[in-house]
Ligand binder design. Structure first.
Ligand SMILES: NC(=O)c1ccc[n+]([C@@H]2O[C@H](COP(=O)([O-])OP(=O)(O)OC[C@H]3O[C@@H](n4cnc5c(N)ncnc54)[C@H](OP(=O)(O)O)[C@@H]3O)[C@@H](O)[C@H]2O)c1
Length: 321
């Protein structure tokens, strides 16, 4: 029996699809830093039992391995209760056509993705970035074909600008094609400006949902990096992420939020996730976890409500420069 009482569900923009407010993705983790299939199964099944229905994957995560191991674990759950996504854009080999948003790459990629996951259809299929080398019309028509074929239920974008989203909607309207229904941008206390100023207003106007990634800034917002780089942590393993995030300024801000979390009886992870969830245009906050303990901590954010005073204090700590 699945207990869902602690998990709110939100509409994905103006579509009829409902997503769990907190969802779970596989970037760098499943098939990457977590290769044990039993551990992947334990985390995914626990998430499902606590009401997570949306699982976010991409072809490029661990070069197809995330689709394989997550697909294996998700295959043991009732398919109709799951919202499974994948993405296309980043190179999957050195081949000149095995990348981007051309009709050829999209139509060939989706079949490989479906096979790796072990499902007949994707609920969501994202264009993982904008492709300046392919006309938007070609991409829109390829996605529309996948929707008409039933291989994809809704398609979306990731890290597209407001102008690119508007162009896709204009082309789809003119062509009577299915429109992108969801955008996937990065959004956290540390990376917020672009979403708040440009992407969220555009998505609202176009009726698109927002499902946001790296809400904990790869774990930095949990406070786990207060005293250095813990063994086995993501920033220790991925030096490019460390170079981007592990600054004295960021760590000082994260330390400054500790008393706020404490006063709420919450962890900093929960506070950061609840803050992202409190944006009115966000349909789902996609979390990442490498252990059951992290997942349990993070899912505690689903019922945490932040009042205006707490939000104002967070705004002050994480003011956009
Ligand atoms: N569309 C895109 O371009 C894009 C890009 C990136 C991500 N995404 C999606 O968004 C999902 C989430 O992104 P993300 O993984 O970067 O999210 P995140 O929540 O910012 O970071 C997750 C990582 O932080 C650490 N962590 C999480 N909870 C913790 C806790 N309670 N205590 C201590 N450490 C904790 C874990 O790393 P360690 O244990 O390894 O330290 C975990 O893997 C991805 O899986 C993917 O589906 C999409």
């Amino acid at each position: 029996m699945v207990a869902h009482q602690d998990m709110p569900y939100r509409a994905m923009g103006k579509s009829g699809l409902k997503l769990s407010a907190l969802s779970l993705g596989g970037w760098t983790t499943f098939g990457g830093s977590v290769t044990d299939v039993a551990a992947v199964r334990t985390i995914l099944h626990a998430a499902f039992e606590r009401g997570v229905n949306f699982f976010d994957i991409a072809d490029v995560y661990a070069r197809g391995e995330a689709e394989r191991v997550m697909g294996q674990a998700l295959g043991e759950l009732p398919r109709h209760e799951l919202v499974i996504s994948s993405k296309v854009f980043w190179p999957m080999s050195d081949d000149v056509n095995d990348r981007g948003l051309s009709r050829k790459h999209i139509l060939e990629s989706v079949d490989r993705t479906l096979q790796r996951i072990g499902t007949d259809y994707l609920d969501l299929y994202f264009c993982h970035r904008f492709d300046p080398e392919t006309p938007v019309e070609e991409t829109v028509r390829a996605m529309d074909d996948l929707v008409r074929q039933g291989k994809v239920l809704y398609w979306g974008t990731s890290e597209w600008t407001a102008a690119q989203l508007a162009e896709a909607h204009e082309v789809a309207t003119r062509r009577n094609a299915d429109k992108p229904r969801v955008e996937q941008p990065q959004y956290s206390l540390l990376v917020r400006d672009k979403v708040e100023r440009f992407v969220a207003p555009a998505a609202r106007e176009l009726g698109m949902g927002l499902v946001v990634w790296s809400p904990l800034a790869s774990g930095l917002l949990t406070g786990k990096y207060d005293d250095g780089l813990p063994d086995g942590s993501r920033l220790q393993a991925q030096s490019w992420l460390k170079d981007m995030l592990y600054s004295d300024d960021n760590r000082a801000r994260v330390r400054a939020m500790a008393p706020l979390a404490e006063a709420l009886g919450a962890s900093r992870a929960q506070l950061a996730l609840a803050w992202a969830l409190s944006h009115p245009d966000v349909s789902s906050v996609i979390t990442g976890a490498t252990s059951l303990a992290q997942l349990n901590d993070n899912l505690g954010a689903a019922t945490l409500r932040l009042d205006d005073d707490v939000r104002a204090q967070l705004d002050e700590i994480f003011a956009v420069a």
